[in-house]
Design a protein around this ligand. Structure first.
Ligand SMILES: Cc1cc2nc3c(=O)[nH]c(=O)nc-3n(C[C@H](O)[C@H](O)[C@H](O)COP(=O)(O)OP(=O)(O)OC[C@H]3O[C@@H](n4cnc5c(N)ncnc54)[C@H](O)[C@@H]3O)c2cc1C
Length: 263
């Protein structure tokens, strides 16, 4: 672990990335595609799933008044003093470029400004930062548990498993308060309560998913952690062969830790 941390830290720096795309995928969700060249491409092609970067959007324009959600009208004009942290949902090294994608939710002044970024713009980014997810030896099954926006880095991890750990059986659990808060492109109203290839973001790596919403508007009715518990209750694989990765609200992570301890 020390070696990999050292290695990624050695490459970190301040880089400029070119925006390739900024696609809206739901009321409040976007996927921002970035392209790094030169030293930035080298630094980010090593980026591990779960690592993050700090974006400077202080001089990015606000959207027009009519495009600002009502609940953000009061905060929209705030000056952006600090960079904002984001992890990646996909990283691809391509020739001498590195393509990286961020799945983000519009929650305040900085993420509101991010929605106006468009192809050809450039963004200042510090990274890669943090340690990322770690895969211990001897595991046969990995469970990815995402709460809301936590899905992004777990999509990246799903890609890593498929590429580098072909024998690992992986299942994704994705939850949100309601169907509208699931950050995916699928026909979410068609999702059943069963395990299936409903979420294209995981299905493209051959990974099945279970979807949960607190209000039952899609998939399992209840918390994603209850969905996880129920599934584990039916699973015959021993706990020591399994690893659970979580990304989401703190309460969800605490509950995932409890469930893992019991198993
Ligand atoms: C390591 C790391 C990785 C992240 N990765 C992503 C990502 O991949 N996609 C994504 O959409 N967001 C991610 N975030 C959260 C993101 O940084 C914030 O949503 C963003 O900074 C909000 O900026 P803002 O100016 O739009 O809103 P602000 O005005 O700064 O915040 C708006 C509201 O969101 C709350 N909030 C802000 N940050 C967080 C947070 N980290 N957790 C819980 N509530 C928060 C604030 O309390 C406030 O109520 C990540 C955060 C961290 C620390």
């Amino acid at each position: 672990v020390f070696m990999s941390v050292k290695c990624s830290a050695a490459n970190k720096g301040v880089f400029s990335a070119a925006v390739r795309a900024n696609k809206q995928i739901g009321q409040r969700f976007y996927r921002l595609g970035l392209e790094f060249s030169g030293a930035g491409a080298e630094a980010f092609d090593n980026c591990k799933a779960g690592q993050f970067a700090e974006l400077d959007v202080s001089s990015t324009a606000l959207p027009p008044a009519e495009a600002i959600p009502e609940d953000l009208v009061d905060v929209a004009g705030r000056k952006i003093l600090l960079r904002r942290p984001f992890s990646f949902c996909d990283v691809t090294a391509k020739e001498n470029k590195t393509l990286a994608e961020i799945l983000y939710c519009v929650v305040g002044p900085a993420t509101l400004r991010m929605t106006t970024l468009s192809a050809g713009d450039s963004v200042s980014i510090i990274g890669p930062l943090g340690n990322g997810f770690w895969v211990p030896d001897g595991k046969k099954r990995a469970l990815l548990v995402a709460g809301g926006m936590g899905a992004g880095p777990l999509e990246h991890l799903a890609k890593v498993f498929t590429a580098d750990y072909p024998d690992m059986e992986v299942i994704a659990f994705a939850g949100a308060k309601t169907v509208k808060e699931l950050p995916f492109e699928a026909r979410l109203d068609e999702i059943s309560q069963q395990l299936g290839f409903f979420l294209g973001e995981f299905a493209k790596y051959g990974i099945e998913s279970l979807v949960a919403t607190d209000d039952g508007s899609a998939g399992f009715a209840g918390l994603v952690t209850d969905c996880l518990s129920e599934w584990l209750g039916k699973s015959d694989l021993a706990g020591e062969n399994m690893i659970i990765y979580g990304c989401g609200p703190e309460q969800m992570l605490a509950q995932v830790a409890e469930i893992a301890k019991d198993k």
